[in-house]
Each structure stands twice: as C-alpha cells, then as structure tokens.
Ligand binder design. Structure first.
Ligand code: MG
Length: 250
C-alpha cells in the first residue's frame, strides 16, 4: 500500500495512491482508516511531506563506504542524532541555502516511518511498529558540521529534511537500490544491503533510548558519494520500490 499526505485547495488530506489516482483516507494511516470514496488524479494534487514527525532520528556513518570516505572507523553501535521537525519539507519544495554555510551537501537516505508508539522493542519484534518506508535527503552544512564539532546546527536548518514522496508499506527494506542525482547526473549509488545496522536493529536500539511516536522518522544513513549543492541545482533521491524525491535549491 502507498500512503500519502496531499493538498487540494486549502484542505490537507491523507490518501492512498494507486494507478495514478489518490483516494482520501480517514482518519490517517496510523490506525484503522477507511477510504472516503473521494478520488483525485495524482497529477492534480500537491503531495506534502508524507508524515509530521515529532522527531527525526538520523544515523551517522551507517554505510561502510561513507565512513571510509570521511576517514572514520566503523561504529560499534548505531551513532544517532536528531534533526528538528521544523526542518521538514515535502516533494518539490525548495531547499534554502543558509547564509551561514558555504558547503551544503545532499545525503540520500532510506527513511523508516514509525506506525505506532514504540518503547523498549526487542530486536525480533520491530515489524509491527513500522508503518512503511519513505525517502529523506539529510541535507547537511558540511563546513559547520566540521567547525561546530557536533551536528545540531549543520543538520538542523529549516528545509534541511526533505521527505517523501509517500510511504510505501509491505516491502522489505533489506536490499533496495539507493541513488542521488544532481541535475540528472548520478552522484550516489548503493544498496540498502550495505547498511551496517539494518532497520530492525535501528528501531530496537533507538526505542531503548526514546519513545518513538507514530509518524516519527528514522533515517538510516547515507552511502558514499555525498557532495555539494549550489543555487539552482535540482537534487533527486531515488530508492527502488519507493520512488523519487525531487527538490530544487534556492
Ligand atoms: Mg545522513
């Protein structure tokens, strides 16, 4: 099933996508929901970020090739950090370059959408807490990440968490092709089978630290090939079986 959040006129709605159409769902995909019978052509609606997280937990250095690219050792446990919910934008919304940085970079990531409240979840029991998967661009001010010595500012600017285009449920996240393109040119290419810590490990590990709420995002980390964005660029994240998330840079 493919769930989306979308806008028609002034109304924000939840829906499910199939065969080029969106059918409205009430109340939302996080519990029992039913279709209302209202249907729009997909091309006539504006897709929004597919959920409204209370927090985004992102993972640093979770692909061995990316850890090597920065000269880091492979972490022994997942290295987690937070991005603020205020950084979220949806498909086609612009990423705004902040004046404070001269080196803003893209990071293609597979993102887990939490489906129900999760706390202290054992490794083998994570599945029922996951609604599905979407894409995140973990936009990062690399120069500030270096100079600050911690990542809150570098990862936390408004518009630095593009999410979308929708949430795909019922797929296995274990071996999906993941790519980033800038102006149509491929810059990152890997598979989620290269993740050091897989999805179940991440959900279980993070739920030992903090309660996960419906709609919260776990962004699983980026492969090698990260690089700079400049004004006017169009950056696209693609993950097999999920789709494509395109944003321009202003
Ligand atoms: Mg990242």
């Amino acid at each position: 099933m493919i769930f989306c959040r979308f806008q028609t006129g002034r109304a924000v709605r939840w829906g499910r996508v199939s065969r080029g159409t969106v059918e409205e769902l009430l109340p939302d995909p996080f519990g029992d929901s039913s279709p209302t019978g209202l249907v729009w052509p997909l091309k006539d609606v504006q897709l929004l970020a597919p959920c409204e997280p209370t927090k985004i937990i992102a993972i640093g250095l979770n692909y061995a090739d990316h850890a090597r690219e920065f000269g880091h050792k492979i972490p022994k446990e997942p290295l987690i950090f937070l991005k603020p919910a205020s950084a979220v934008i949806g498909p086609d919304e612009p990423i705004r370059l902040p004046a404070a940085s001269r080196q803003v970079e893209y990071e293609a990531e597979l993102a887990v959408v939490i489906g129900r409240r999760a706390r202290n979840v054992p490794l083998e029991g994570t599945k029922k807490y996951i609604l599905g998967y979407t894409l995140m661009n973990d936009v990062t001010a690399r120069d500030l990440q270096r100079s600050d010595g911690q990542w809150t500012r570098a990862k936390g600017f408004d518009t630095f968490a593009p999410l979308g285009p929708w949430i795909v449920s019922g797929i296995s996240p274990e071996d999906l092709k993941i790519e980033a393109y800038v102006n149509g040119e491929r810059r990152q290419s890997s598979r989620t089978s290269q993740l050091i810590f897989g999805v179940s490990r991440l959900v279980s590990h993070i739920s030992q630290v903090m309660t996960l709420e419906p709609g919260d995002i776990i962004s699983t980390g980026t492969p090698s090939g990260v690089g700079p964005l400049k004004r006017g660029d169009r950056v696209e994240i693609r993950v097999e079986k999920i789709g494509s998330l395109l944003n321009r840079v202003v």
